[in-house]
Design a protein around this ligand. Sequence first.
Ligand code: FE2
Length: 399
Amino acid sequence: MAKIKLFSRIYQKIMKVACYFIKWPKPFVIEGTNSSLEIVNVIKENKLQRPLIIVDPFIDQIGLMKHTLDSLDQNNIKYIKNIDVKSEPNVLMIEDIVSIYKESNCDSIIAVGGGSIIDTAKLVGARVTNPNKSISKMKGVLKVRKQIPFTITIPTTSGSGSECTVAAVVKDGHSKYAVNSPKLVPNVAVLDPMFTISLPVSLTLTTGMDALTHAIECYIGNSNTKTTYQDSIEAISLILNSLESLLANTQDVEKRLQMQKASYLAGAAFTRGYVGYVHSIAHALGAYYNIPHGEANAVLLPLVLEKYKEKIKNKMLKLVDKLDESNLPNEEKLSLFYSKIKSLSLKVKKSIGFTKIDSKDYQELIKHIQKETWPLYPVPRYLEDSELIDIFEKVKENA
Ligand SMILES: [Fe+2]
C-alpha cells in the first residue's frame, strides 16, 4: 500500500508538470437567451455547409430546438438531424452516426443534450477525423491524434461540463471507459438558459450536485493551477447562490444561466485538476447498482468531505473566506458551508439502487474504487479500505 501511494504521488507530480506543456483549448462561449442568431453567425463565419445535429430525442420532441432549427432554415443552412441516440454512448451507436455523417457529407457537428449526447458527439467527431483508429484504441490519455470536426455544443443540463472537457465516456461491450484528449474539446459552448428551463426539479438538483462535486473535488485536490482554483471557486460560489432558489422556482432564467456558467467553469477546472473519491465511488456504485451519477455524487459528497475534514481544513477556511464576505469568523463560515452541502445532499431522493449495496460486494467495490483513484486522482489523502466500508454503510442508512 505504501509503495502504491508513493508511486501515485510521483505520477501525479509528473502529470502536473507535463500538463503545463499541453495546449488546453477552451470553447468559444455563446451566452444568453438569443443563441440561435449567434449560432448561425458562427456557422457562417466558419464557412460550415452541413452540420450534423445530434440531439436528445426528448429535447427535440418538446420543441426546445425549434428556434435554432428555424434560424438554420431561414439562413438556408442544410443540416442533418439525428435523434436516434441512446441515453449512454456506446461504440456501435457511434459507428452508426459516423456512417450518417459521412454519407450525408457533413462538415461539422451540433450536439444538443446532456453529458451523454455531448460525449457521443465528441466520439463521433474523433472517429470522423481519425478513421483508422477504433474507439478502443483511443481509450486512456492523449490517444486522439487529430482534432474533431468543428463542434458546437448546446448543453441541456447543468452538470457534466462535457461542453468544455477533454473527456468522453463510452460503453464498449460490457466495459465502460474514458477517452481523454484536448483534441476532443468542442469549438463552441452555447450557454442558453432556455435549453435547461424544462429540466425537472430532481434533475436540476442531481446534475447541479454533480457540477458542485466537480468544483469541490478539483479545489481540494493537489493538481491545481491558478486558473483551476479561480474557476472552481467561482463555480462553487455560483452554485451555492443559485441552486437552492432554482429548486423553488425552476423557471428562473437568471439562475438557470448561473448554473450553466457554474457547470462550464467546474468542467474547465476538473478537466485539468481532476476529481477524486466522490467520483470513483460514484462510478463503482453506478456500475454495480445502476445508481445515477449525479445522485450518487450528491449523497457521497458530504460523507467523503467528512473523511478529509482535518486534512483540507486550511484550504476550506480560505475558500469560505472568499465565498462569504460577512464578518463571521471563518470557522463559523466553514460550518455553515458544510451544513449547506449536507442540506442539499439530503434533498436528493435516493433511488432503489442504494438499498442493493451488499456487504458481499464490498471488496470488489473497493478494488474498483482504489484502481480508479490511484494513481490518477490527486486526492488530498488516500482513504483506507475500512473508511470506504464506513462510507458504504452510511450510504445505505435510510436508503
Ligand atoms: Fe461528474
